[in-house]
Design a protein around this ligand. Structure first.
Ligand code: 6R9
Length: 654
């Protein structure tokens, strides 16, 4: 129900929800206040929500000081993350379903994996990995479809104390080998094929191609998902399904320090190649499980569904670690929202009586375009909470989600966070806040968001205001470092605004103190919720023999949020053609993966540059956005004429 202010409508939770929620407005205010005024006491208490082998005595030891950035939480405690996600539930929840697996093909039966079964599977996988030589601290790369074995593999690594690094199955062999080499991984776990939307990605053959560019010693464990044909290298390739028949179903979890790395996850930034974000065991699990419980108002018998892929951080925190640490039933979906048709999401909600549904705005926009009948033909009465993540949600999509999917009954939690943050930082809590379409609302407990003036770097204390979004202090699931490059960690996140963590996003804060994310302020674009550095696409383009120079920017796209717009200068003597456009598109898909496929390629005889040779992306962005009227100051351009040419030949967005 909306309040009277139609210019800025708010949607308060129902009284029933408020009465039964983990937090109402007063609880939120009190807990937030406590978490900021005495973080030691607050997290000292909430750190106990997980099981420790040796309890921590120190809570927080963090510094954002330039040159000395160091983040440690619960640093003298020991634990095992997999034991927290499995073993500790066996007594009370052994026969409860931990994972519901819904395959790509709706004709194929769903699987219900109980906590007891999860324990057996993970122990077997742990023993297999140890037999292959994996030890505490070793790195294991996962390149898997959305199948239960992906969760087993993550948890098996955690059980041994190995560090997993998941590579999204949509990435190319080149991206995969770069990530295997980047973390010097011992083992790659993959599958024969990944069924998705009725098609099959040949993961094993991609893995074969990637392994040509890694150390010979890297071993490959292969899960048979379809049983389809693959090539096999004896001595290097290991058959998971066969080994699992023999493997022991007991395994003693390793005792890990709170600050031992749990996983590496590569993500894009504004410069250079993707960086390996490192998350550690204790603080990450405390925060992932706590946000999962409060933000989704999770209760014991709920069926929780996050539609993300485990290749992204959302899948890590809210398909696997958060829900399982809470003893929840988490749904893993192998398919896509539009296969066999645009009702698939809603059919799965009906079939498994999903209570919390968490997805991305891009999926909502695509489904909204298909019409309401796909939703209305399904019984969605089980839904209680809806969530979104990955990019700003436009009010149209928000309203559609609220009215058509949620029937006006379900609060929408618009959760703003990042790979680097490990868990939700800004979000409404369902029983505490009257939501506003497009606003990520309030900081979670212990999260000190501030808005800085981008020019002065000073905190803005007025309401309403606009600036860059920063964090004033640490929270338990903050990334600890960039794998192998702590200097890059400091430089990327702590050097622009001294003493603050800079997220890379701009935001507004309204008169009620609610936050509205306005998008990235750096050269990172967000395509269908996938984060991409424009520099990565540029370096893929210039690696092509016919390309002399390339500049890549984002432009508004109805479904994807942002599309990829490429300005390409060809080598002398090379003629532009439609064939070449296709060739470059395929090239980028092969270099990075299908998610980086250019939407529009414009031939640019020259690029607007400053006299010192810097490409003026601001101008290129404006042209791509079709906003020629406000090109701003072009007087510093070396050759102002190139801009007119670019405007004249701007691609039609169609
Ligand atoms: C979890 C995840 C992070 C970037 C982030 C921001 C954008 C994520 C958002 C959102 C507006 C939201 N983003 N959630 N923007 N509202 N609710 O997406 O991680 O892939 O690292 O992307 O995504 O720009 O900086 P990641």
């Amino acid at each position: 129900m909306s309040s009277e202010n139609t210019a800025n409508p708010t949607y308060p939770p129902s009284s029933d929800l408020v009465a039964n929620a983990h937090a109402n407005e007063a609880t939120y205010d009190a807990m937030y206040e406590a978490s900021i005024s005495d973080p030691e006491a607050f997290w000292g208490e909430h750190g106990k929500r997980i099981d420790w082998i040796k309890p921590f005595t120190k809570v927080k030891n963090t510094s954002f000081e330039p040159g000395n950035v160091s983040i440690k939480w619960f640093e003298d405690g020991t634990l095992n993350v997999a034991a927290n996600c499995i073993d500790r539930h066996l007594k009370t929840r052994g026969d409860k379903t931990a994972i519901i697996f819904e395959p790509d093909n709706p004709e194929e039966p769903a699987q219900h994996i109980t906590y007891k079964e999860l324990h057996r599977r993970v122990c077997r996988m742990s023993n297999i990995l140890e037999d292959m030589g994996v030890r505490k601290g070793d790195r294991v790369v996962l390149y898997l479809p959305m199948i239960p074995e992906a969760a087993y593999a993550m948890l098996a690594c955690a059980r041994i104390g190995a560090i997993h690094s998941i590579v999204f199955a949509g990435f190319s062999p080149d991206a995969l080998s770069a990530r295997i080499n980047g973390s010097d991984a011992k083992v790659l776990i993959t599958a024969d094929y990944a069924p998705r939307g009725g098609r099959q990605t040949p993961l094993k053959s991609n893995a074969d191609a990637a392994l040509l560019h890694t150390k010979d010693s890297v071993k490959c464990l292969v899960v048979k998902r379809t049983g389809g044909q693959t090539t096999w290298v004896d001595g290097r390739d290991f058959d998971y399904n066969e080994m699992a028949l023999e493997a022991d179903e007991f395994h003693t979890p390793a005792e890990m320090n709170a600050e031992d790395p749990l996983f590496i996850l590569y993500t894009s930034g504004s410069t250079g190649q993707p960086k390996g974000v490192v998350h550690c065991s204790g603080g990450y699990l405390v925060f992932a499980s706590m946000t999962h419980e409060y933000v989704f108002d999770y209760k014991e018998d709920d069926i929780f569904w996050c539609t993300a892929d485990v290749g992204w951080v959302t899948g890590h925190s809210y398909i696997v670690y958060g829900p399982l640490a809470n003893g929840a039933t988490t749904l893993m979906f192998e398919g896509v929202p539009t296969y066999p048709d645009a009702s698939r999401f809603w059919q799965v909600c009906e079939k498994h009586k999903v209570n919390q549904f968490y997805t991305a705005p891009t999926a909502l926009r695509a489904l909204m375009g298909q019409g309401n009948s796909f939703v209305e033909s399904c019984d969605l009465s089980s839904l209680r909470i809806l969530g979104t993540v990955g990019e700003p949600i436009n009010p149209e999509a928000w309203n559609w989600y609220n009215d058509v999917v949620g029937g006006g009954r379900c609060p929408i939690v618009d959760t703003w966070w990042q790979t680097e943050t490990g868990g939700h930082l800004l979000t409404p809590l369902p029983g505490a806040h009257a939501t506003k379409p497009g606003s990520a609302m309030k900081p979670f407990f212990g999260v000190q968001t501030v808005v800085l003036d981008p020019h002065s770097g000073e905190e803005i204390h007025t309401y309403p205001c606009e600036g860059v979004l920063c964090l004033k202090d640490s929270w338990p699931s903050q990334m600890r470092t960039v794998w192998g490059d702590h200097e890059r960690f400091e430089k990327t996140y702590f050097s622009d605004y001294k003493g603050y963590y800079f997220a890379g996003d701009g935001c507004k804060r309204d008169e009620d103190g609610d936050y509205w994310i306005t998008g990235r302020v750096d050269d990172v674009i967000n395509v269908s919720g996938h984060r991409m550095g424009t520099a990565e696409v540029e370096s893929a383009l210039v690696a092509h023999a016919k390309v002399a120079e390339a500049a890549v920017v984002g432009y508004p796209h109805d479904i994807k949020g942002q599309g990829i717009y490429c300005y390409v200068t060809l080598m002398n003597g090379v003629e532009p053609s439609d064939e070449l456009t296709k060739e470059l598109r395929t090239w980028v898909r092969t270099e990075i993966g299908p998610i980086a496929s250019p939407d529009l390629i414009q031939w640019a005889p020259g690029l607007p540059k400053t006299r010192s040779g810097k490409i003026m992306r601001r101008i290129l962005r404006k042209i791509a956005e079709d906003d020629f009227g406000s090109l701003g100051d072009t007087s510093t351009l070396a050759e102002p004429g190139v801009v007119d040419d670019l405007i004249e030949n701007r691609m039609n967005k169609g």
